[in-house]
Design a binder for this molecule. Sequence first.
Ligand code: ARG
Length: 590
Amino acid sequence: MGDVIGSVKQQISRLFEVSLKTTFPDEGNTEPMVAMSTQKFADYQCNNAMSLFSKIKGKSTDYRNPNSVGQAIARNLPPSDIIESTSVAGPGFVNVVLSSTWVAQYIQSMLLNGIETWAPLLSVKRAVVDFSSPNIAKEMHVGHLRSTIIGDTLARMLEFSKVDVLRRNHVGDWGTQFGMLIEYLFEMFPNWEDVGEQAIGDLQEFYKASKKRFDDDPSFKERAQLAVVQLQGGDMKYRNAWKKICEISRKEFDLVYKRLGVYLEEKGESFYNPYIPGVLEELTQKGLVEESEGARVIFIEGQSIPLIVVKKDGGFNYASTDLAALWYRLNEEKAEWIIYVTDAGQQLHFSMLFSAARKAGWLPENSNLYPKANHVGFGLVLGSDGKRFRTRSSEVVRLAELLDEAKDRSKAELRTRLEDSGKLAEWTDEELEETAEAVGYGAVKYADLKNNRSTNYTFSFEQMLNDKGNTAVYLLYAHARICSIIRKSGKDIKELMKNGTVVLAHPDERILGLHLIHFAEMVEEACINLLPNVICEYLYNLSEIFTRFYTNCKVVGSAEETSRLLLCEATAVVMRKCFHLLGIKPVYKI
Ligand code: ARG
């Protein structure tokens, strides 16, 4: 395994860092401003000249204008195999053309040493990603599905970038609704300790029925309220009933996670309960907590309503739990970056939470510095009628049903496709099943991830299962086609990696090669801005660029066959890693 050296952009930045230091030793460490070039004739550019010129023009007469600063920066670049040539344009932009030989070797060494060598370097070691986080006994709705899909991808992106990620399911497993649920459990199942989960059945229905009891019968309501007190006081009977209810929910959630291939570690709201008093004590000592209308609150500058941390009745709430969880993650888990994935509707809650944490000195005033907390908000899922997405059978979308439908539809389409091409007989039932699942679930994930997460998106099976356009189906099939090109060539690709050479001679080969080596900086950008759609965009562009290459450059049977097969393989490897980051299983055969 080769060393992780960061993205190409990071490598070029390091060269400019050296040049800036030698050229302007008195300016301290100037952070190199390197970006991908927008020009046709260059690959990267360095943009430091203008700001440096305005800094030094009073002190030195060596430079007449920003262009001469740019010239000096270019001249002092240390020798390197990466750069073919530089030129200085207009107000001192240093344009860089990469060496095609170097790019080709870089791709070949990735093939030999693994795509992990193309991981970006991030300046953070441990992160918490708080995602999915459904509520016990309430429905796990499409909002939670979005959170699950987006959160899993963010975790995968950071994990690939060598960050130690704590994947946290902040399940809503505490609160006053449990009084009502427990009382209803006692009432409906007097021998509840012995009944199986099946008997209790659908917890959402159970929740609805208990809520109705609560609203209709004052004496039930009174008992439910007492049950909360017993539960919070630690009474074993109530604790066990609570555990039983949580366990039923957990089993249902786990089924969805298993199907989606998502791993999460549950640390629900109840986990942080014991930490709340101490944390509130600290905040009170620091003078943050005040009395207001019988509640205890934290006032935040610029907000008309305060953050309530202890309710009028003395109970804790969502915010008190989140303060304790944030404290725990920073102090006990030593996380430097804490990322919360929920619908955009919770934006205010998190912005107040983070402001409180800044006031307490837990987070730095400058929100770009670590430790850092970010709310990753996302938009609604809409149905084709433009309203909140629902399915036929219920007012909420049942996730298991939705995944079933995605799989069934993709299976039907796959079958038709194989019948049409006369290939159905070559497929075993398992292969059909596995591919239908990969394509169906992949389609649901990709349709969600390809949008900028802050916008609402319209859920449409027809669109997401289309085999043309920017869909998972199109991309998965594109990948399978590349694999089949390699298979059909009859060449041993491992052998070619060792003994063949990648050459980028044709313009379309170079364009493909450059897009491939941008992989790491693309992942870096997606991580820093917490935007999975950046990966989707890159992946879609990759498949388009590959198509152009494949149309214009003959592969099998050409004089350049070896190099071009290696480019096919590199494209397939990078596509697979993108799928992996998006939580999509690749398919190899269509
Ligand atoms: N359970 C909450 C909900 O369904 C989401 C929790 C998000 N995480 C957090 N730390 N507040 O809306």
